[in-house]
Write a protein that binds this ligand. Structure first.
Ligand code: CA
Length: 702
């Protein structure tokens, strides 16, 4: 079949708005098939798990596309979605069908060879949940098990779909409703472990108590829940974490705001199931609030923040933990990908777990025991001098908890490596890391007071407002890198610089190719042995998602989700100033000849704000903007993944502005009303600030 001829992407490609449509024959349904199916089985041509395999190596044995043939790689088919926010999903492929998710947690199934849309499912995600999300309405993908597809939604549901039709089999609310003041979201992909679907959540920036939950894949019944911080009341939760919290966890916390905020520690992205040890590894998030003195009186390590936890997948029982960042005060999560592999260390084969978390150190652990085997910085690190192998603890730099005033530290809170996937090739022995070279300014916020809506991280985001040069110097350090890291020698082997820090995850193949998309809107293939760029595709829109590869009907394909957004786009001054573009799924094969039409030039002109006045205080508005609005609208009201406020018509009229900002006139778009935390004066101050930014943009010709 000539898949190119089947394209008709625009006709076939429009998202089915509002409701699920089904195509094709009904499949085998029900528990009988599920019980008989080994959910961990995978053929070499598939990509059936989030990280390709349960061990999350993101290494494919396919080699038809290799260093010699890659120059012939071309577009086979593509699909354009209506969703125009960040696209972070890893598509999955099984039995010739490609499944993916988009922002707002929508799910799509395609014929993996032709791109024909088989079905789509819209969970009708509550748009108001965006206000509780730190980093866009993104979704990192679905899970497959038996004849089911599983998606977790931004508003906290876990949904099981029939893989053949997209019909809902079951749906559960994963949110702990005992704490109505805690606002959870889910952005991560569910994982499968021994017939259980495991999911965590996000929200540490806002004040939540993290946990992970396992559900029976067939029925949706909850199997176990493990809380990642102690119960603030001191009592048990009736959860798998009760015993370890009583004997170990609770002692590592002191008096502080965690008793209200929940302490954080959310498992917002990474989990790895290792069938060989029958352990489920969970990576946990940062503290809430950030300021350690405020959170826990500056006392204790605060388990299980920023930790790798090994759990029994059947019961959720604790097996071991390793805390990468005790006393976290910097958003140094350990929620980054964990790769299980076998390495030869000092002449001995070791079953290891590897992680390159936000804090900038590359860790190699014995995954049976959690013993630290080695840790070295893979990016510039100033917060710790080293990791002491005897104690397993970081040797903190002085003043690192900003107890003596603002601290400029590397990495910044965006981390040296975040959710963007890394990959490991058993052929080269190298780990391919999408490194972020970031710097952060950390300072206590004396005016901080916890609020019921919005972020509650408690630190001053702009510690040097008077010193533009200092801030500019910090920003100038923020770039990216594709790094090939030798996990045995704990040394770099090669690296490729990228101009922007926010790039896509990596894929490595038996064809000795590393694929990576970049913020400038390209997908590249590099020689895995030396970093030489061998192939480039101009996608014309930023890529942050990781590519995958699969084979269907004898041909190898490479696929990637295209679309900027997420946390990296919040720092608008250092990413390309692009309008929001519709997301695309781009799929390549050797000899592919399809063409994707260019994106329309949709950047609207600035509105005319001459003669528009505000009685608000732009300085006060700037501070409130940073605290409440910048998480979605970007630094300096500049870009990010929501409306460019400098071009908002509501800017011209204080009443229209209040209707949006306070009363939620645009709630259907995800802009909820902030009347609970902002006064009319606050809203007007913010308007005065955004007006000043709009005038500045016009002056700059933007
Ligand atoms: Ca965080």
């Amino acid at each position: 079949m000539d898949s190119d001829a089947k394209l008709a992407p625009r006709a076939a490609g429009r998202t089915v708005g509002g409701k699920m449509r089904k195509f094709g024959m009904a499949g085998l349904i029900g528990a009988l098939f599920l019980a008989a199916c080994d959910g961990s089985a995978q053929r070499s041509e598939d990509w059936a798990f989030h990280g390709h395999d349960p061990q999350e190596q993101r290494y494919s044995p396919l080699d038809e596309v290799n260093r010699d043939t890659v120059k012939g790689l071309g577009l086979a088919w593509y699909h354009e979605f209506s969703a125009d926010r960040g696209q972070e999903a890893t598509p999955l492929v099984k039995d010739g069908v490609l499944y993916t998710s988009t922002s707002w947690s929508e799910v799509f199934a395609f014929d993996a060879a032709t791109g024909r849309l088989l079905w789509s499912y819209d969970p009708k995600t509550d748009r108001a949940s965006l206000v509780n999300a730190c980093c866009d309405a993104i979704n990192r993908g679905v899970a497959l098990w038996g004849d089911r597809v599983f998606v977790a939604t931004l508003d906290g549901r876990l949904i099981s779909l029939d893989a053949k039709t997209g019909r809902v089999a079951w749906s559960v609310d994963t949110i702990d409703r005992r704490h109505p003041g805690m606002h959870y979201t889910i952005t991560g992909a569910p994982r499968v472990a021994n017939g259980k679907i495991v999911i965590g959540n996000a929200g540490s920036e806002f004040g939540v108590r993290g946990y992970v939950t396992a559900y029976d894949a067939a029925s949706g019944r909850q199997a176990w829940r493990f809380f990642l911080t102690p119960n603030p009341t001191g009592g048990p939760d009736g959860a798998a974490s009760d015993e370890i919290m009583r004997t170990r966890g609770a002692q590592t916390w002191s008096d502080g705001e965690w008793k209200v905020s929940g302490g954080g520690g959310t498992a917002w992205d990474s989990m790895t199931f290792d069938p060989s040890t029958n352990l489920l590894f969970v990576g946990t998030g940062n503290g809430s609030p950030f300021d350690y003195s405020r959170r826990s009186g500056g006392q204790g390590d605060n388990l299980f923040l920023s930790s790798i936890l090994a759990l029994d997948p059947e019961t959720g029982a604790y097996r071991w933990h390793y805390q990468t960042t005790p006393q976290d005060a910097w958003d140094y999560t350990a929620a980054q990908q964990m790769i299980a592999a076998r390495l030869s260390l000092n002449g001995t084969q070791r079953d290891v777990l590897m992680q390159a978390p936000k804090n900038g150190f590359f860790y190699v652990l014995d995954r049976r025991t959690g013993q630290l085997l080695s840790a070295k910085p893979f990016a510039p690190v100033t917060w710790a001098r080293e990791i002491d192998l005897k104690t397993g603890r970081p040797v903190f730099a002085p003043g690192v908890h900003y107890e003596n005033g603002p601290a400029i530290l590397r990495p910044g809170s965006l981390g040296a490596h975040s959710w963007q996937a890394m990959s490991y090739s058993p052929r080269t022995g190298l780990v391919y890391i999408p490194v972020q070279l970031t710097t952060g300014v950390f300072a206590r916020d004396p005016a901080y007071k916890r609020r019921p809506l919005g972020q509650n991280h408690s630190i001053a985001m702009r510690a040097f407002p008077e010193d533009k040069d200092k801030v500019a110097a910090v920003r100038a350090t923020m770039t990216g890198q594709l790094l090939a890291w030798d996990p045995v020698a704990q040394k770099p082997r090669w690296s490729v610089p990228h101009p922007w820090f926010n790039n896509g995850g990596t894929l490595v193949t038996a064809g000795d190719l590393v694929f990576q998309g970049v913020s400038e809107g390209k997908l590249l293939a590099y020689d895995a042995t030396n970093g030489k760029a061998l192939w480039t595709y101009e996608a014309a829109s930023g890529i942050i998602a990781p590519p995958i590869t699969y084979r269907v009907r004898g041909e190898q394909y490479v696929a990637v989700m295209v679309g900027s957004g997420g946390a990296g786009s919040l720092v608008g001054h250092i990413v390309p100033d692009r309008p929001r573009l519709p997301g695309r799924l781009m799929v390549f094969k050797l000899g592919g000849r399809a063409q994707a039409p260019p994106f329309p030039a949709v950047k609207p002109p600035p509105i005319d704000v001459s003669g528009v006045a505000s009685e608000g205080d732009p300085e006060a508005g700037s501070a409130e903007y940073v605290r409440t609005c910048s998480v979605c609208h970007g630094a300096n009201a500049s870009v990010a993944y929501t409306a460019d406020l400098r071009r908002s018509g509501a800017l011209r009229d204080p009443q229209a502005w209040r209707a949006v900002v306070l009363e939620g006139a645009l709630e259907a778009n995800g802009m909820v009303g902030f009347a609970k935390i902002l006064t009319r004066a606050d809203a007007e101050n913010i308007r005065a600030y955004v007006l000043s930014q709009a005038r500045k943009a016009q002056g700059d010709g933007q």
